[in-house]
Ligand binder design. Structure first.
Ligand code: TRP
Length: 399
């Protein structure tokens, strides 16, 4: 959603790790516990490793169908702006599907993460409630899904302390996602929170013992870090009965990338004004799409490699109407950009009409939204307190 929310393919070097073999002069002396995880983190973005993660995700999908009860999902967003169609088709819709398939789901509104790479919180209250309205309007059911905010769950944040003792500074500095995010801030000094936010994210996941984390591929190194933290915690403080580790090893769940672009054919980004927000009305959607970039060829085809702008609009129409993009393109045929825009506008406005109506209804009832968030926070606190108790017991810090 914000600076930390890199789209697939955003990592410098095309997502390939470039520093895996470089010696870090500031690295800790290797010790029995320095198991080269920094390299593992960097390596987790190589093509081979990504292919393995994708294959594993497909296997997990099948396991979910067989036994949804063995998974607990946690994922989240930074409240840095309104959700747009890229978020909706990229992640939100999948979360709703997971919920419908019977997987217990936790959704974190990561308010503390907002300040990792910026100086203030912005209009945080509005953004948190706007995100919550987006979630509920899109179909997340607060009876089944726990939605909560970082800052409301002290015990989650306290896990960060023991977890920080389980990682080294060189591991953190070698994390390819942290590096990419730092580079994207354009010369801004790296805050301690940006450097350590993968550890915070491990606390986000492990506080509720989630074992499955639906994320984009930019977040895969963080999952590797969380697994390392879970394992090291058990190595240091594990219970005598090692068959029940305190923390599970969480796995990423990568969904098929939809790779939606903005209406100008470049990366979708709020600051470029090329997005369609979930909460936009039908007229504004039509206006934004009228200005969308197409090309000179009147014959509409679906050819993302050679006609990115036109194909992106076709894809949007296909996603919104749950149809095949080639079929839609063939139907428009020689109709040109004008017809294409009409088709995509109608498809989007139709798909989102009920979601937008529900969103407007929710936004006009702040007391209801407050109540939903308070309930989610109460449940998250209950779980976080129990986990922190276990952690302190394992560490013999019970007084
Ligand atoms: N960094 C994630 C993003 O920007 C949001 C997030 C915070 C998250 N904590 C998390 C995602 C834990 C998965 C698990 O998209």
């Amino acid at each position: 959603m914000g600076g930390l929310d890199l789209c697939p393919g955003d990592l410098p070097g095309g997502g390939k790790a470039t520093m895996t073999t470089q010696t870090d002069p500031t690295a800790y002396e290797p010790s029995a516990e320095d198991d080269g995880v920094g390299d593992a983190l960097a390596a987790s973005t190589t093509d081979a490793s990504l292919a393995r993660t994708i294959a594993r995700s497909q296997e997990i999908e099948r396991e979910i169908d067989q036994d949804p009860g063995k998974f607990r999902v946690l994922t989240g967003d930074r409240p840095t702006g309104n959700l747009h169609l890229g978020h909706y088709f990229g992640t939100l819709r999948n979360r709703v599907l997971l919920q419908q398939r019977g997987v217990e789901t936790f959704i974190l509104i990561a308010d503390y993460q907002v300040i990792a790479d910026r100086d203030g919180v912005g209009p945080i209250r509005e953004r948190v409630y706007s995100l919550l309205a987006d979630y509920l309007a899109a179909g997340l059911d607060p009876e089944k899904t726990t939605i909560f905010t970082h800052s409301s769950v002290p015990a989650l944040n306290q896990l960060m302390l023991p977890f920080l003792s389980l990682v080294t500074d060189s591991e953190l500095r070698r994390n390819p996602t942290v590096k990419a995010e730092f580079e994207a801030t354009g010369g801004r000094p790296m805050s301690g929170l940006l450097l350590t936010y993968p550890v915070h994210q491990a606390a986000d996941i492990l506080f509720c013992k989630a074992n499955l984390v639906p994320v984009g591929k930019d977040q895969v190194p963080h999952l590797e870090q969380a697994r390392v933290i879970a394992r090291r915690f058990d190595e240091r403080y594990g219970r005598a009965d090692a068959s029940t580790p305190v923390f599970p090893a969480p796995e990423p769940l990568l969904s098929e990338a939809t790779n939606l672009l903005g209406t100008d054919g470049t990366k979708m980004s709020k600051s470029k004004g090329n997005t369609i927000e979930l909460g936009m009305d039908a007229d504004t959607t039509a206006k934004v799409l009228k200005k969308a970039v197409t090309d000179a060829d009147r014959n509409i085809t679906y050819d993302p490699a050679n006609r990115p702008e036109v194909s992106n609009l076709v894809l949007l129409a296909a996603l919104a109407s749950d149809r095949d993009p080639h079929e839609i393109a063939a139907e428009i045929g020689d109709g040109g950009g004008g017809t294409l825009k009409k088709v995509v506008t109608e498809a989007i406005n139709e798909h989102f009409a009920p979601i937008r109506a529900r969103r407007a209804e929710l936004s006009s009832d702040p007391a209801y939204l407050e109540q939903i968030l308070a309930r989610g926070n109460a449940r998250a606190n209950e779980i976080a307190n129990a986990t922190l108790d276990e952690v302190r017991t394992a560490m013999q810090m019970t007084y």
